[in-house]
Ligand binder design. Sequence first.
Ligand code: ACO
Length: 317
Amino acid sequence: MSIRIIGTGSYVPEKILTNDDLSELVDTSDEWITQRVGVKQRHVSVNETTADLAVKAAQRAVEAAGITADELDLIVTATVSADSLCPSTAALVQAAIGAKCPAFDVSSACSGFLFALDTAAAFVARGGIRHALVIGAERLSRIVNWTDRSTCVIFGDGAGAAVVAPGDNYLVSHLFTQGNDDVISIPAGPGNSPFYEREEPARQINMKGQETFKFAVRRIADDIRLVTAKAGITPEQLKYIVPHQANSRIIDLAARKLGVPMEKFRLNIDRYGNTSSASVAISLDELVRSGELQPGDLIALCAFGGGLSSAACVIRW
Ligand code: ACO
């Protein structure tokens, strides 16, 4: 299509919250969380904002790309836990890293990084962009309901980023939205209007776990089939699939549905939990830095989440 990834980076805050730590906050156990979700620990911020996390991941991606921030022509950040609605997280990153280009945020929950990547690809295809910086960054600990054991055990904080340039390695992409605020929602929070008569719920993550679970398994399988078919390959030809890390059982069932071995899926949920928009970007960075990718390798990225939304793409490395 229109881009190639020339550098990646990621960052998680230092503080680690183990399952045992969580069992002191809510009625849960390491055994339940490990078996039902696959998370052993997650990182949580104690003094860094969402933008701080994004900046550190961005700087690592820019360095890996071998460019300087003033060579960026676009910054797109995906987040559902921005510090402020204005300025955007992307604008805060732009200022912090010393870039001078247009910068804006997109919101598509856990699919956000792939929506942002596709947005950057469209801008590059339009022309005039030498390098675009795409970021997924979340401080979900800010908006988790820490009294709800069915959600607070899942999420973590972190950020991942990629620098893209014009190229032909982004072979196929697919974005999907099925508007629904009943399964997953993060309300904006109470407003100030003295005139508005309806209740405005708190800003926190609400999720119907089992419905999300079924949606996720179906979307991963359908989206991977769709993008591989469009790319003229089979899922077996993919060296790796980098999925959104929400629940290791979701990946296991999707792998069975697709008929591909679980080993193709890159998993790090045990260390980070679900970092929403940052999740695929962090895993991609770990894969790139592992040195396991060779030029010409085919990989797929896929994600699903609030919106409801899902996305997938095929990349030739
Ligand atoms: N510890 C111990 N017990 C728990 C916990 C916990 N942390 N959480 C729930 N339980 C209990 C429930 O109370 C219930 O008990 P009961 O049978 O006595 O009523 C039992 O465990 C089973 O509960 P379920 O909700 O059916 O548990 P499930 O196996 O579905 O796991 C989970 C819940 C982990 C949320 C799972 O449904 C899931 O992973 N869903 C998908 C989440 C996801 O993919 N999110 C991504 C999008 S998020 C976004 O976009 C921002």
